[in-house]
Design a protein around this ligand. Sequence first.
Ligand code: ATP
Ligand code: MG
Length: 449
Amino acid sequence: MKDNLIIVGLDIGTTKITTVIGEIGADGAVDIIGEGTAPAEGIKRGAVVNLERTTHAIKTSVAAAERVAGVKASEVFVGVSGTHVKAITSHGLAAIRRQQEISRPDVDRAIENARAVPLDPNYEVLHALPQEYVIDGQEGIKNPVGMHGVRLEVDVHIVSASSGPLANLRRCVTEAGLTSRGFVLQALASGLSTLDATEQDSTVVLIDIGGATTDVGVFKRGNLAHSASIPIGADHVTQDIAQILKIPFEEAERVKRKYGAALPELAEPDLTLEIMSGSGTMQAVSAFDLSRLIKPRLAEIFNLVRDEIDGALGPVELIASSVVLTGGGSLLKGTPELSRDRFRLPVRLARPRGIGGLTDIVSSPTHATAVGLALFGVGAGSAVITRRPDMPRVEVVPEVVAPPVDIPVATVAVADSPAPREAREPRKNPSEGGKSWLERIREMFRDWL
Ligand SMILES: Nc1ncnc2c1ncn2[C@@H]1O[C@H](COP(=O)(O)OP(=O)(O)OP(=O)(O)O)[C@@H](O)[C@H]1O
Ligand SMILES: [Mg+2]
């Protein structure tokens, strides 16, 4: 009888709630076997404003994913973003005794010292993400254990979130019959699912343009070095169109997706749209003029991202080698071109990668966070065993790898008479450069363990 190692990501976005169920194969490859999306309700800029409606939307999304996967979701990794999230980078130092190799406790001491910064008491630490280590001034060391030196230094990116909004999220997840195994910064999750091997070896700016927020992550050689959440997203573009053309939001959204472009010069030439205003009068708007309404808001988003990075790390074109765009907002025609213009860097529109299974459904920028949450769970070693319907049993989870500091270890799950699984795509080989994707994720986690 085959066991399934299952991992579940729950992306509570501002426009939609997406559940992704992943299965880890014997070879370490991750297949997405379930996906469910429900319109987001009761969420404003990443925070719950209506417990019942959010709980209901979570249930709908999870139930849809369970039906496809034929397994029951019990424990989930939940994405967090919004103005209630704060991130700082702190420096830690540990002295090493002469003639001794650097040990794991030395590394932990350096990280702990970096973590010993006064944080707002109403905030909970979600992640303490070490970047590369420095030994006696020598930079760029990924794993210092076993090396020699007298001075070990590390920068740690500390992400924390306000306790109130976190408690509300936790409550909705619990009310939906699930257990939250960890809260994960959405920018981190999106980076985990989209960055390719070359990008993991350089410094890239990840921009996830969502509905009400734009999440930013600067990844230095695969480590999150800076993050921020900008409270403007692609729904603001829709609102601008609705307000200026005096049309309902839904109509503005349809027009934006179908005819809009981030750069007027990329709009369909000679195309004039007949748009009915809220008051019932017809107006003629060219695709060019529609795009002239769109550009300023997207340009504002990219300018705010630029300012954020310039202020924290220095001029973006000097510190980064490329920009990776994801999130639903990046699907608007011309968005990569506009951002290339703003950042003066190569730009790539990124979708989740390195996975098998239902790739036709989840390989969209809108699913970058949800897939990344599942991959985070894989790296954290928090897969849950479920069994086929004829053998429902409780199993203690074997540790795939030890989890990061902030995530509890033990977990059990019951396969609750799941429905038969639907036909899936044949597994694609996610190996890359001789390493499985799981190995690459584990590598990303190595320093946190
Ligand atoms: N094909 C498309 N063309 C243009 N825009 C699109 C397209 N698909 C989605 N969008 C836009 O993407 C936005 C939603 O993106 P996404 O699904 O990533 O948001 P979310 O995860 O729910 O929100 P957030 O990340 O802010 O919490 C909406 O503003 C929508 O208009
Ligand atoms: Mg999102």
